[in-house]
Design a protein around this ligand. Sequence first.
Ligand code: KIV
Length: 265
Amino acid sequence: MSKVTISTLNRMKAADEKIAVITSYDAGFTRQIEQAGMDVILVGDSLGMVVQGHESTLPVTVDDMVYHTANVMRVSQRSMVIADMPFMSHGTSEQALNTAGRLMKEGGAHMVKIEGGAPQLDTVHHLTARAVPVCGHLGLLPQSIHQLGGYRVQGRGEHEAERILKDAYGLQSAGAQMLVLECVPPLLAAEITEALDIPVIGIGAGAATDGQVLVLYDMLGITVDGIPSFVHDFLADAGSVQGALSAYVKAVKAGVFPGKEHTFA
Ligand code: KIV
C-alpha cells in the first residue's frame, strides 16, 4: 500500500486518472474513507457547519483545525491529507506561516489550503518558499460569504471568469501545488484544468476537472436543510457508509460523477 503524495497526484493528472477527494474530521470516518481507497482527505473548515453547527465556516479556529487534523492523522495510513487555513488565520504572511506551521507540526497535515486569489499570492509565495505545500481555492469562497452575499455560482460573467483564470495562473506561479475550484461553470473549470500543470479538484464545477471533492456529510445525506444540487446522496443508494464511500470513489474514477444533473449550466 503506497502512500499518496503530490507526485502520485501529478502522475494521475498526466495519465488522465481521476482523483477522489473527500472531507473528514475524525478517526472513525477516516478509517472507512481509507478503506474505500480515497486518494486525498481534506480536513475542511466546513467542519464549522457540519460538525459544530455554525451557520458558516467563519467561527472555526486554528485550534479546532489542529484538533481535527490530528484526529484524522492519528489513523490515516495512505491518503494525502490537506488541512484548511481557517478565516482570519492568514491575514499576513507571518500569521499564515504560523498557522500552517501548527497545522503541519501539531496536526500532521501534508498540505494546507487557503481561500482566495490575487490578495493571497504574496502569502502563498511566502509559504511555498518555506517548504509549506499549498492548495489554492477559487470560485465560491465560503470564508467570504458575507462579501458574496450568498452561496452561489461564481465566474458566470466574462470579467469574473477572466479574473478566476488569472488567479489560477497566479496561484500556480506563486508555488501552489493543487487547486480547488468551487461552484464555477463547467466550461471555465475545464479551461483552467487544461491550462494548469497542477491537479485541479472540482466541487460543483462539472466533470472535466482532474478530480472531485465532496463534503462527507453532504454525500451521506446527513444534513438538516437537504443537500446542494451538485451533490449525490451515495448513502441512500448504498445502504452503508462503507458502501457509499466505495461507490463515490468508483463513480469519480469512472468519470460518472458528477453527472449532468449535478452540474451548473
Ligand atoms: O471546507 C471544505 O470542506 C472545503 C470544500 C468545500 C472544498 O473547502
